[in-house]
Write a protein that binds this ligand. Sequence first.
Ligand SMILES: Cc1cc2nc3c(=O)[nH]c(=O)nc-3n(C[C@H](O)[C@H](O)[C@H](O)COP(=O)(O)OP(=O)(O)OC[C@H]3O[C@@H](n4cnc5c(N)ncnc54)[C@H](O)[C@@H]3O)c2cc1C
Length: 492
Amino acid sequence: MSKVAIIGGGFSGLSAACFTARQGHEVTLFEKNESSGGRARVFSEQGFMFDMGPSWYWMPDIFENFFAQFGQKPGDYYQLIQLDPGFQVVYGKDDVLQVPARLEDIFEVFENIEKGSAAKLKQFLAEGAFKYKVGMQHLVYKPSFSWLEFAKKEVITGAVKLHMFQSVSDYVRKFFKDERLVMLMEFPVLFLGAMAQQIPALYSLMNYAAFSLGTWYPMGGMAGIPRAMQNLASDYGVDFITGCEVTKINIGSNKASSISSGKGEYRTDGIIATGDYHYTEQHLLEKQYRNYDEAYWDKRTLAPSCLIFYIGVNKKIRKLIHHNLFFDAPFNTHAEDIYKDPKWPENPLFYACCPSKTDATVAPEGMENLFLLIPVAPGLTDTEAVREKYYGKIIKRLEAFCGEEILQNIIYKKSYCINDFVNDYHAYKGNAYGLANTLRQTAVLKPTLRNKKIKNLFYAGQLTVPGPGVPPALISGQVAAGQLLNYLNTKQ
Ligand SMILES: Cc1cc2nc3c(=O)[nH]c(=O)nc-3n(C[C@H](O)[C@H](O)[C@H](O)COP(=O)(O)OP(=O)(O)OC[C@H]3O[C@@H](n4cnc5c(N)ncnc54)[C@H](O)[C@@H]3O)c2cc1C
């Protein structure tokens, strides 16, 4: 039995802890915040319960697959329901498109907007299904140390159909003309941290995830997922030390021998570091042991950060549903403010999540729990005054769309932005979602999962493979655990 240290208690750390502990190792997880969950933590105020980060439960098969490896199902821990409609897109005050749960109904919505588009969507989703199958079976669970890992028959023979070398944007435009449908089809890849023009069309598999696999919600809130994983890890004997920041990874004989924290030194035979990769390398490791330097990180394309408002409203808001995307402002201008010429956007798109539409436990009776999010470039100057300016702007747009007063009914409000991501998670430039999945930052081209100089140190999480998002973070922890277990097995 070896002593394993996991740094960080987000999805990737929890996943890594479960997989390493299952093999009988003595696993300790160190988390700097008072609770685990990472970016998916939760807080309660005045009877409202706010999920701090993720709100979209997509790719339910990945969660099922995770729990199945421990002989469990998500349903053993939380009740999952499919949202219907899955979400709505607001293009203008009276121009709203709702995406129903049933595929047949989605085809009808498309056909009503653009003649012939239902058949095109069918073909688009069939191609997406192929990419999803190949992606999940042959691409994302690889450590991505070498391109040879992907030299599988299905990948090679299907390479043309994977559309690696054209962008999602070009690909979508081959199928659809109506700008509203184009925006809708380009939206799912925003989860990957870049614009559709920069993302390989392989990732149109996200449309398959959104439309064919559905949008789900775990009753009680998204934080139920990390809670379930923590319970599972505890059942395998993982020791959780929260409120404990790791300050140094100590090296002896070219191996990580211990970690230092505010709570003392802990001897270890292997480490999986799942905090933001940049911070781990630059602050916990001496220079000669780092994979990358500051210049490398500065050249990466980061996924956006965001400005969030957690809001409690003392009445029900009629026109909102659970997930609402406000695409009633020019898409490209906002994108340029994030990726091309980073600055605070003049007229931003935003997302409004209202989980109290589905779940009565997240707000007092007759009230609404609102989560408003504006994607912004990482590294911007974040001040109270800027936050307030955007608060005013988007509440006004929300009121205009809903056709009712909201501002005067707000009884709780808390903002969260770049400075908080840095303080809470040591996020590089205050990123929210890690590193973007652009072509140049895919698979082998991402920051590697292993430390090239220290054999028993691995990384996991949204800045390494396979990328940003909850399902990839689960997978990342699993893949890193597999690598550490290989090392521990061969060492003995
Ligand atoms: C606002 C927001 C909305 C999102 N929405 C969605 C969504 O709807 N659907 C989706 O799939 N994904 C979504 N994501 C992305 C998803 O939440 C993340 O990709 C995922 O949670 C990342 O998990 P992780 O384990 O890589 O990192 P983290 O969650 O950041 O976990 C890393 C942990 O390491 C800890 N840590 C760092 N340094 C140290 C140290 N030195 N010592 C000890 N502990 C340390 C941190 O405190 C943190 O808890 C969203 C993210 C955000 C921020």
